[in-house]
Ligand binder design. Sequence first.
Ligand code: NAD
Length: 304
Amino acid sequence: MSKALVTGGAGFIGSHLSDKLINLGFEVTIVDDLSTGSLENIPSVARFEDLDVNGEGAKEKLIELAKDTDYIFHLAAIPRTQYCVENPIECHHANVTGTLNVLEAAVKNKVKKFILSSSCGIYGPQEKLPIDENAPINMGTPYSVQKYMQELYVGLYNELYNVPAVMLRYFNVYGTKRQTEKGSYPNVLAAFSKQKKEHGKIYVTGDGEQSRDMIHVFDVVDANITAMYSDLKDCEAFNIGTGKAASINEMAKYFECPIEYIEPRPGEAKHLYSDTSKAEKLLDWKAKISFEEGMRGYINDTTK
Ligand SMILES: NC(=O)c1ccc[n+]([C@@H]2O[C@H](COP(=O)([O-])OP(=O)(O)OC[C@H]3O[C@@H](n4cnc5c(N)ncnc54)[C@H](O)[C@@H]3O)[C@@H](O)[C@H]2O)c1
C-alpha cells in the first residue's frame, strides 16, 4: 500500500485530497494544527497528527511521521491575505519555516514526490492576460511573498538534495467543505453565502464586472494526483485554473437574492485568469468541471 502525508489535510483542499487518496487505496497521514481546519473534515481511516509544522520539535516529528512515505502533499499554510498583512512574522514562520521543516522530512525519507500547493497570488495584478507561468512575479503582500519563498525553497531542495517536486499554482478554488467562520482562504462565494444567510442580500464591489478564474476543488485534487504520478525530471511550476474568467455578477446571480453594489476595493485587479497550456502539455492535466456545473453543485450543497 502506498503512503501519503498530507499537511493541511483538515482544511478545505487538503481534506478533499485526502478523501481521494484514501479512495485510491493510499494509507494517509494528515498533519494539521487545526488553526483553520476542522476535525470533521478528516476522513476516519486517516491517521491524524495534531501538529504545527513550525512548532517546537516539528522537524523531528515530521521526519518520523513521514517514515516510508512515498508522497508528501504540502498544503498547510495560513492562506489569508489580510491576516498575513497584519501578522507578517507569524505567517512567515508558518508558511516559510514550516515548509522547510516539511521539506526536511522529504529529504530524510527520500520521498518519490513533494507536491507544493502554491498560489496565483504570486503574480499579483497583471496587464497581460491570460497569465502564463512566465508572467512577471508581482508580489504585493506578505502572503504572496511567502508563497513565492515556498517555491524558491522547493526548487532549491530539488536542486541541492534531489527532492523530486512539482509546484501547483492554484487560481480561485471553490467547492464544499469551505469554512467561512474560522478564516480559511478568502473566497467571494463563501462571502456571498454568509451575506445571504445573515442579511438576505449580497454585496458586490464596484460594477461587478471584475472577473476571476474559479476552479473547482475536484479539479485541483485531480491536478495533485496527476502531479504525483508525473515523471517530470525538473521541478516545474504549473498554473492550475480553468483558463476562463467568470465575472462577479455571473457568480452573484446563482445566489438568487438582491444585490447591493458598494464601493470598489482599491488596488483590486480587474481581471485575472490563467493560461494552463503548460499543465496540459507537460502534465496532461486540464480542468474538467465547467463553471456552470460547479456552481450548480456548490449552491445545492451550501444551501441544503
Ligand atoms: N483556496 C484557494 O483558493 C487557494 C488558492 C491558492 C492557493 N491555495 C493554497 O492551498 C493550500 C490549502 O488552502 P485551503 O484553501 O485548503 O486553506 P485552509 O485554511 O482550509 O487549509 C489550510 C490548513 O492548514 C492548516 N494549518 C495552517 N497553519 C498550519 C501549521 N502551522 N501547521 C499545521 N497545519 C497548519 C489549517 O488548520 C488548515 O487545515 C494553502 O497552501 C493555500 O496557500 C489555496
